[in-house]
Design a protein around this ligand. Structure first.
Ligand code: FPP
Length: 322
């Protein structure tokens, strides 16, 4: 599947593109519109990633089969994506099926999830087009059954002209294997370049130095997500406090929002609540943050004075040992 690759800078959030106001806010429910009105349009996330968890528990609480929890979970996907598209969220990425799910869940459940995915795509492409949503995927897609891949490709192509929200489903996805795939890609490209130039890999690396040939940008640009900004916000439903091998590289500076709500009960309003919580956070990206001013810096004691104070606190015995 070809991807329209548009390379974003590392931690692209600080260099975010200008805010695009939505012309579809009138399509929000009354409750959603009231909450949206409280949000700061200048601080909207560009990319929200969601770990959809709790389908099984949702079904168990109702004495239903797990399958019905997944079916209800698929309904939530469409509701949440529609709200995302109405507020003009550029990227939403959903963890729909992990490599570990594929390996560790009973075959019958895996088969059901594959069927559900196909019927979701077939049943929702029209609604995606109505909502200007573009469908994409990340993961080891080539390992999925071929009929599932065909339907996925069809849905991607059928929605490929849409310019609103990009919905990315992580399927047969594992973050560690994504990083392994990225490293293999970087090495493969280097070998190809050495071959083209008629020199050895060692010679190629020696010309520019290893630092120039392999840094964070090279890895970032070789990940499945190279065409997207890193997530600003990660939401996990059902209360578990884990990342579960999801976008480990990309979420280095993401804000995390965990809710006890089970995925089949999650709706657009809850997405807006998570965004509201996100907007209250101060993102520092390893720096001191906007609330730390130059005046605060002036009030800090000079390092030499601090050092003197530390020495004067030491006992004579400790000083002798120095
Ligand atoms: C976790 O629930 C969820 C999954 C393993 C799959 C997510 C799938 C869906 C939301 C439905 C299908 C999606 C699409 C796009 C068609 P769990 O089974 O681990 O729940 P539990 O922890 O309560 O058992």
């Amino acid at each position: 599947m070809e991807r329209n690759v548009e390379v974003w800078t590392l931690n692209s959030s600080p260099n975010r593109p200008a805010f695009q106001p939505s012309s579809r806010l009138h399509e929000l429910s009354q409750e959603e519109a009231a909450l949206y009105a409280q949000l700061d349009p200048q601080k909207m996330p560009q990319h929200v990633a969601i770990i959809m968890d709790g389908n099984g528990r949702w079904a168990g609480k109702r004495s239903l089969k797990r399958f019905l929890g997944h079916q209800q979970g698929a309904e939530s996907v469409q509701f949440v994506v529609e709200t995302a598209s109405r507020i003009n969220l550029p990227f939403i990425t959903l963890y729909a099926f992990s490599l570990e799910n594929n390996l560790r869940r009973p075959k019958s459940e895996v088969n059901f999830l594959m069927k559900l995915l196909r019927s979701y795509l077939v049943g929702n492409v029209r609604r995606m087009n109505d909502n200007n949503v573009r469908m994409q995927y990340i993961g080891r897609i080539h390992e999925l059954p071929s009929e599932v891949q065909d339907t996925m490709q069809w849905a991607e192509e059928a929605t490929g002209g849409n310019t609103g929200t990009t919905l990315t489903l992580a399927l047969n996805y594992g973050s560690r294997s994504e990083i392994v795939d990225a490293a293999r890609n970087v090495i493969t490209q280097l070998i190809a370049e050495a071959h083209e130039r008629g020199c050895s890999l060692e010679d190629l690396i020696q010309v520019d130095g290893l630092d120039a040939r392999l840094d964070e940008h090279h890895i970032s640009n070789a990940l499945y997500t190279a065409h997207m900004p890193d997530p600003d916000l990660v939401i996990r439903t059902s209360g578990e406090q884990r990342i579960s091998n999801f976008l480990l590289w990309q979420i280095a500076y993401s804000e995390i929002f965990i809710t006890d709500r089970l995925w089949p009960d999650f709706r657009g309003i809850h997405l807006l609540e998570a965004i509201q919580s996100y907007q209250r956070r101060e993102r520092r990206f390893g720096g001191l943050g906007d609330s730390f001013t130059d005046e605060d810096l002036d009030t800090l004691e000079p390092a030499s004075q601090v050092a003197e104070e530390i020495v004067s606190e030491l006992t004579p015995k400790q000083l002798a040992q120095k």
